[in-house]
Design a protein around this ligand. Structure first.
Ligand code: SAH
Length: 674
């Protein structure tokens, strides 16, 4: 497809079909080369209707929003416009086509310079770029017939209101937080302004004298299972309701209804996925009973009918190892501490998991099977270090002493490992990177000696040493940003899967339980735009069709989650899904629970309808219903993210077991039911 025809498709599908009518704006959108304003590697997606990253951590707005805002300015050909937030220069170019003259102001010098260059290259002689704080407007050019602000501020800057001509229009996102209202203000006369709300949007912050303060790089820990959000750019605007009902009907036609989990018609699914090497089972929240029960049911079928012998979950390695010891005959059971005692305890300390654990234990005992249970995550820096020392105490006391010293250097941050990452960056002398890497290397170098005594025990210890090294790296990476740390964590989880497969033997078939955000292919979501990968994506790359990804979703009900990291678990109400989400389409199908096959040969019409990007909801261990849009929704192409989607319209919270005191004694017996 040529750029011109891609542009025309964009105008028809994303702009005209969504109600934009100003022919001059549509003509401008159809004629300006968006790719010319993007980094070269994003050219291929230039006409997708989504915001994209540009330099300086900023975003080029989604075409629909640029068109919507420009239309709202109601510019006539002889009028003059001011834009605040030049960014890539793309919106300024559009303005340049509909107004006589444009001044555009950008606070990041690098962006201002590159936008000016690109505008010149594209032949715009009526657009002038200025490097300045745009919250103060551009007094030299005032008054303006129209002012557009492409970043969200706490309120309407006084300077901009002053620089508006009588009869002029100002369009700007206003709101405290990352969610804003798009506001249009018309200056009725010298002293009088009329204000209208145009809907919810999401933009990067307007930073300046009459905007937000310049943040000194706050870095937050991304809660487990939630998707770190991009810094801004408006999210997709609602898609028209009319199409939605047709898609919902199509879903109803293609879906296989589930009356009850115990009697779920799984034959088709199990046949389809039985030959896979790795089956990835997702979840849309970390606290929904139905997701656990359905995954347990599928897991049992795969074990019984297709020879799957390994389960790996989104839990810490040493915690899951305690379960593994409990379910596999002949492995020493007790550990001197209790697994899953730390936040978020309900993720694995729940009756749903406990039932599966009992089933696995009985299966392993009766069938002399050896289904293993492992943890993929890397949050157990200290417990893992402790386990390595304990192991070396048994097999090599001299090495144990070295391990104590090296790992001991991490102990000052035991209660706040994230603070370690910062300390290690600020003061390199405090970095333990060399210690933890040396520890791992030396352990692996003695593989032959150690493993000769007990291969499984050595594998466990070496994995713990890898977790320490991985976690040390992870906590340092957190201070470079969420993309780096997210990628390290998912790479670690994928590497663990690969090591499990090779440790358990070439024919091993593995089942993975992790949040949708880890197992759903990141390439099909906005994560890819931020440069993030994940376990699902890495598995598809490594195993091709031998990786089978099952996503899960829900509309409403209750969920176990916390309001903040380390807060107590609450049973919260899940809000009904937004009208512009995949969840809403599933809800509108009126089928209460179903399986939806998405991999070839799926009905082509269904696929065609579903490949249009929509919002999808992800609830992790934190749920913030008040800010649901920016905290929990992200853009995705569902049929590319998953091979199969399992839906439960109404769901209930997972049944948590009473929390344990941290580091409680493990006295043998069931590791969850102490
Ligand atoms: N219109 C742009 C989108 C830009 S995103 C496009 O089409 O690409 C918002 C931009 O506003 C960012 O580049 C950001 O650096 C800029 N910005 C934020 N605060 C600003 C301020 N006070 N003055 C000028 N620009 C600002």
């Amino acid at each position: 497809m040529t750029a011109a025809s891609a542009r025309q498709t964009m105008v028809e599908r994303h702009l005209r079909a969504r109600g934009l009518r100003d022919e001059r704006v549509l003509a401008a959108m159809g004629s300006v080369a968006r790719e010319a304003f993007l980094p070269p590697d994003l050219e291929a997606v230039a006409y997708d209707d989504r915001p994209l990253p540009i330099a300086g951590g900023q975003t080029i707005s989604q075409p629909y929003i640029v068109a919507l805002m420009t239309e709202a300015l109601a510019l006539r050909p002889h009028e003059r416009a001011l834009e605040i937030g030049t960014g890539s220069g793309y919106a300024a170019a559009i303005l340049g086509r509909v107004a006589k003259e444009v001044d555009t102001v950008e606070r990041i010098e690098e962006l201002a310079a590159s936008a000016a260059e690109k505008l010149a290259e594209q032949g715009f002689t009526n657009v002038r770029v200025h490097h300045a704080d745009g919250t103060l407007g551009w007094p030299g050019g005032a008054p303006y017939d129209a002012i557009i602000v492409a970043a969200g501020g706490p309120e309407l800057p006084r300077a901009l209101l002053d620089q508006l001509a009588v009869g002029g229009r100002l369009v700007m996102p206003v709101g405290d937080g990352r969610d804003q209202q798009l506001v249009r203000v018309t200056r009725v006369d010298e002293a009088d302004y009329r204000r209208e709300d145009l809907g919810a949007v999401r933009f990067v912050p307007l930073i300046g004298a009459q905007g937000w303060a310049d943040p000194d790089d706050p870095v937050k820990r991304a809660p487990r299972g939630t998707i770190p959000r991009r810094t801004g750019g408006p999210l997709v605007a609602p898609s028209p309701a009319t199409r939605a009902s047709t898609v919902a009907r199509l879903i109803a036609e293609c879906a296989v209804p589930i009356a009850a989990i115990d009697s779920a018609p799984l034959d088709g699914l199990i046949d389809r996925i039985g030959d896979a090497r790795v089956v990835l089972l997702g979840e849309a929240t970390h606290g929904t009973s139905e997701f656990y029960r359905m995954r347990a049911k599928i897991t049992q079928e795969l074990v019984l009918r297709h020879g799957f012998t390994a389960i790996a979950v989104e839990a810490d390695w040493p915690d899951a190892a305690a379960i593994d010891r409990y379910i596999r005959p002949g492995r020493p059971t007790a550990r001197p501490w209790a697994p899953f005692a730390r936040f978020p305890t309900w993720m694995w300390r729940n009756t749903e998991t406990a039932e599966l654990v009992e089933w696995l234990r009985a299966y392993n005992a009766e069938a002399r099977g050896a289904v293993s249970f492992s943890g993929l995550d890397l949050y157990s820096m200290y417990t893992s270090a402790y386990e390595v020392v304990r192991y070396l105490d048994r097999v090599d006391p001299t090495a144990a002493q070295v391990a104590r010293e090296r790992y001991g250097r991490l102990t000052p941050w035991q209660h706040d490992p994230a603070a370690y990452g910062k300390a290690a960056l600020v003061d390199r002398m405090r970095s333990c990177e060399r210690d933890v890497v040396a520890m791992l290397r030396e352990l692996l170098a003695k593989r032959l000696d150690y493993a000769a005594q007990d291969g499984d025990e050595f594998f466990d210890a070496s994995q713990n040493a890898r977790v320490v090294a991985g976690a040390e790296n992870y906590y340092r990476a957190m201070y470079y940003g969420s993309v780096e740390s997210w990628n390290l964590r998912d790479q670690h989880m994928f590497d663990t899967i690969a090591r499990l497969l090779s440790h358990r033997g070439p024919d091993t078939k593995l089942i993975v339980w992790e949040h949708n955000s880890h197992v759903g292919d990141a390439a099909a979501t906005e994560m890819a735009v931020r440069g993030e990968h994940n376990v699902g994506h890495l598995c598809r790359k490594a195993f091709g069709d031998d990786a089978y990804i099952v996503g899960f979703g829900t509309d409403h009900g209750t969920v176990a989650a916390a309001s903040q990291w380390d807060d107590p678990m609450e049973i919260m109400r899940v809000r009904p899904a937004r009208s512009d989400s995949y969840e809403r389409l599933c809800h509108d199908s009126a089928v209460r629970a179903f399986l939806l096959h998405l991999r070839e040969p799926v009905r082509e019409v269904l696929r065609e309808e579903l490949v249009e990007p929509r919002l999808e909801r992800a609830i992790g261990v934190i749920y913030r219903p008040q800010t649901e849009l920016q905290s929990h929704y992200f853009q995705a192409v569902l049929p590319e993210q998953f091979d199969e989607y399992i839906w439960f319209d109404e769901t209930e919270a997972v049944h948590a077991l009473a929390p344990l005191p941290d580091r409680g004694e493990l006295r043998g017996g069931h590791p969850l039911l102490l």
